[in-house]
Design a protein around this ligand. Structure first.
Ligand code: APR
Length: 314
């Protein structure tokens, strides 16, 4: 393939993302993990599936970063996932150290790459990767909104018994309990769901979306969701690799947009070959803007926790 994507973290999300990238023949894939044998074993297994799945993407597993040289995109999933009872924020101190290390290593070999961050707590991990990479803001993008809106879409489709393909959903804000699903911009075949569902039913779907990650952690017990998170990261990668210029909700570094500065938070962006090509600003009602500000405050608190942890580690 003429494109190359490195996925760091060969666990549930990383290996599933590698599989989807290869099976869609989007690029060659390098899978990196700290555990010896795991990325090599998983990529060999995926390579042996290729004749049946009918793709010619090459898959390489490694514990070092040399193989990742000159990647177009680096997807970072390294870190620990949640267990029941944990919030995404509980992962912050462990995942901060991992994110810093893997970002520094990866960018040495791929200084022009676009980073897609998946590890949680997502918005805070974007800040860590942004600082550790020294990359411009258009090349550091967080995966959260595509996942949150896919969950909302799945619930809308189940509720109305319509094709998921007819659904669009709009979710702003941080990847946590304060995320802001926007029903008036969420549609079925172009019809706002506010025309199709009662306020109570919409609120129930919004609530399930907010708690979508926790619902799966509660069922799996030993880890967190990975099929949908991997699909979401791959949709973002596809838009970049093919320069499709899809408008997708992603965590982006805001510089005054939506009245928010110096913070990664979920907003609609245009994704093309140079990464974030535009941040789309829409007019929010007072309630929606308040909800977004509330979400931004929650992310800001996490960023302050990062600063505190950083100082303590010195
Ligand atoms: N370098 C490379 N890989 C690492 C490192 C490191 N320094 N530290 C941990 N890893 C690897 C682990 O060895 C493991 O294989 O990251 C992988 C994480 O995989 P899982 O434990 O299966 O977790 P997963 O479900 O994939 O979630 C990964 O994404 O959605 C988020 O909250 C989730 O933060 C979590 C991340």
């Amino acid at each position: 393939m003429d494109k190359k994507v490195t996925v760091i973290g060969a666990g549930n999300v990383g290996a599933t993302a590698a599989q989807r990238l290869a099976e869609k023949e989007l690029c060659d894939v390098v899978l990196i993990d700290i555990i010896e044998g795991v990325p090599q074993g998983k990529t060999l297994d995926l390579t042996e599936a290729a004749p049946i799945e009918k793709h010619d993407a090459s898959l390489t597993g490694s514990n070092g970063y040399e193989a990742s040289k000159d990647s177009d995109i680096i997807i970072i999933t390294a870190g620990i996932p949640r267990k029941p009872g944990m919030s995404r924020d509980d992962l912050i101190s462990t995942n901060m150290g991992i994110m810093k290390n893997v970002t520094k290593e990866a960018v040495k070999y791929s200084p022009e790459a676009i980073l897609i961050i998946v590890s949680n707590p997502l918005d805070a991990m974007c800040h860590v990767a942004y600082e550790a990479s020294g990359f411009p803001k258009n090349r550091v993008i967080g995966m959260a909104g595509v996942l949150d809106s896919a969950r909302f879409r799945a619930f809308i489709s189940m509720e109305l018994n319509v094709s998921v393909e007819n659904t669009h959903a709009f979710v702003l804000g941080g990847h946590g309990d304060t995320m802001v699903p926007l029903p008036r911009y969420s549609t079925v075949a172009g019809i706002p769901i506010t025309e199709l569902l009662t306020e109570e039913r919409i609120e129930a779907l919004v609530d399930r979306t907010r708690k979508g990650g926790a619902e799966i952690v509660g069922l799996l017990k030993t880890g967190s969701a990975y099929y949908a998170p991997a699909s979401a990261a791959v949709e973002m990668a596809e838009s970049i690799l093919k320069d499709k210029k899809k408008i997708l909700p992603c965590a982006a570094f805001l510089d005054g947009e939506y009245g928010i500065s110096n913070l990664f938070i979920g907003v609609p962006v245009k994704l093309g070959s140079s990464g974030i090509e535009e941040i789309i600003e829409i007019t929010l009602t007072e309630d929606e803007q308040n909800a977004l500000n509330n979400s931004a405050n929650a992310v800001q608190e996490l960023v302050e926790t990062l600063d505190k942890l950083e100082k303590e580690s010195k």
